[in-house]
Each structure stands twice: as C-alpha cells, then as structure tokens.
Design a protein around this ligand. Structure first.
Ligand SMILES: [Mn+2]
Length: 261
C-alpha cells in the first residue's frame, strides 16, 4: 500500500494512450501516478499527445503541461525515456531515431526484461487493417467516442464530489458490446502473430484502451491500457514480472486508509 509520500521504483514502466490535448485525458490521475512511481526505463507507447484533436481546436490545460514537464524531468534525471508514436501522434513518426529533451523516438523496439524475456514494444494501430472489426476501432477518436469520454469525465467529477472512487463508463460499455469483445480478441491474435514472426516472447502494446496480460499459446500479449478510460500503467518488477497497475483503484485504497486513520 502506497502512502501519500511514498515512491515505488520499477525496472520499467509503459504508458500509452494518454491523449493529452483532449478533455477525456485523466491528467490529474496520471500526475498522481508520476508522483508515486520511478523507473530505470520509461516507454511512451503511442497516442501520448492527441494531434487529431488539437488540429480541431487548442485544448491544453496546465495539468497537461505538468505531465509533459514531469516526463521530461525523468529523462533529465537519468531515466531512459523512449517514445513510440501512435496513430494520434503520428507526426512524431517523421522523427524516428532522433532525440528531443532526452526522449528517444523509435518506430518500435525490443525490451529485454530482467528474466531474459524479450518483448516487442509497439503502439498497435499498424494492425488495424488485418483486424476484422476495424470499424469499431475507427470509433476511437471520433465524435461519439469523444462525447462518451466527456460524459465519463463529467460523471467522475460528480462521483468525486460525492466521495465515490473513479469508475470508467466507457470501459464498462465496451465490455458490454459483443462486437467490441470480438474485436479485442482479433487484435490480440494479430499482435501475438507479429511477436511470433519477430521471434520474441511477447508483445507490449496499447491503442485499444484495454489493459491486459494474457498468454496466447506461449506468446504473452500485454496491453498497458490508457489514461482516458481505465487509468492503467504496465510495470516491470526487478525480477522481470509484469503487472498492470489500475491507478484509480490504488488512489481509492489510499483515500480509504486515510479516511480510516
Ligand atoms: Mn492509437
């Protein structure tokens, strides 16, 4: 259990689908995560900044700036920081191999864990075309989805005022949709097929806003989730063990302990 001032150290951290520049971005929750964690390596696995949304209108509150500053500070303090662009921040794909403020931009990369296991780290949108329910995916980023995220933010503002913990409306709805569930399955297959092709032990990706660690016939499928719906991060412990942190649950547990004290 993390107290207010505690910082947990990990070998590596993966964050993706933060969507800075959108109203759906749970930046406050992410700032809390960044305050309480450290790592030797930090992977930003795509859709960190939402270029699509920013093109339509500038939305950049202080908290979004703070996220960028906190990440750059990690790079200055000696953490290895890699950014792997996604489809919403594909403008960065023009700068593959370059370094900005200590952040190295890569198309994709291989992470070697402490236990020797090798993982392909990639955003995942590259596989949209081979996935049957790509239509559902196109939904991510469009008006209806943006509306849903807005509703989610509003709902959680009200919940917070009433003392309830964060709860993702959009993640809940996604699980209720049969097509969405089928799509997730196809996406997992496409990504683990690519891991097999590259002869690695697993794949670490993002893109579909659904955190998961699953063994797919001997190849590990890992998705670090997102910071617009579920507020999840992937971490590697010192022994190579991978774990998904659901930060809203961690914040709620911390508040409960504080309230009981
Ligand atoms: Mn994406």
């Amino acid at each position: 259990m993390l107290g207010d001032g505690d910082v947990q150290r990990y070998r590596a951290i993966w964050l993706s689908d933060i969507h800075l520049g959108t109203r759906g971005c749970q930046a406050e929750m992410l700032l809390d995560f960044l305050k309480h964690t450290e790592s030797d390596v930090l992977y930003l696995v795509g859709d960190i900044v939402d270029g699509w949304r920013l093109k339509k209108g500038w939305y950049w509150p202080q908290a979004h700036n703070d996220v960028v500053q906190k990440i750059l500070r990690r790079a200055r303090k000696g953490a290895q920081v890699f950014m792997i662009p996604g489809n919403h921040d594909e403008a960065f794909r023009d700068y593959i191999g370059l370094q900005f403020g200590g952040v190295t931009i890569l198309e994709d990369t291989i992470h070697t864990a402490a236990d020797g296991k090798r993982y392909l780290v990639i955003h995942g949108d590259q596989f949209d075309a081979v996935v049957r329910y790509a239509k559902w995916l196109a939904f991510v980023g469009d008006t209806a989805y943006t509306f849903l995220l807005w509703l989610n933010t509003l709902l959680n503002k009200a919940r917070r005022k009433l003392g309830f913990p964060y709860w993702s409306l959009s993640a809940y709805l996604k699980h209720k949709t049969k097509k969405a569930v089928e799509f997730i399955g196809d996406y997992e297959t496409a990504l683990t097929d690519e891991a097999r092709r590259r002869q690695v032990d697993g794949v670490i990706c993002g893109h579909i806003h659904h955190a998961e660690i699953r063994d797919m016939d001997g190849v590990l499928y890992v998705n670090d989730g997102d910071w617009v719906e579920s507020c999840t991060a992937l971490v590697e412990h010192s022994d190579g063990r991978l774990e998904i942190l659901r930060w809203a649950d961690i914040v709620a547990a911390r508040r409960a302990v504080k309230a009981a004290a």
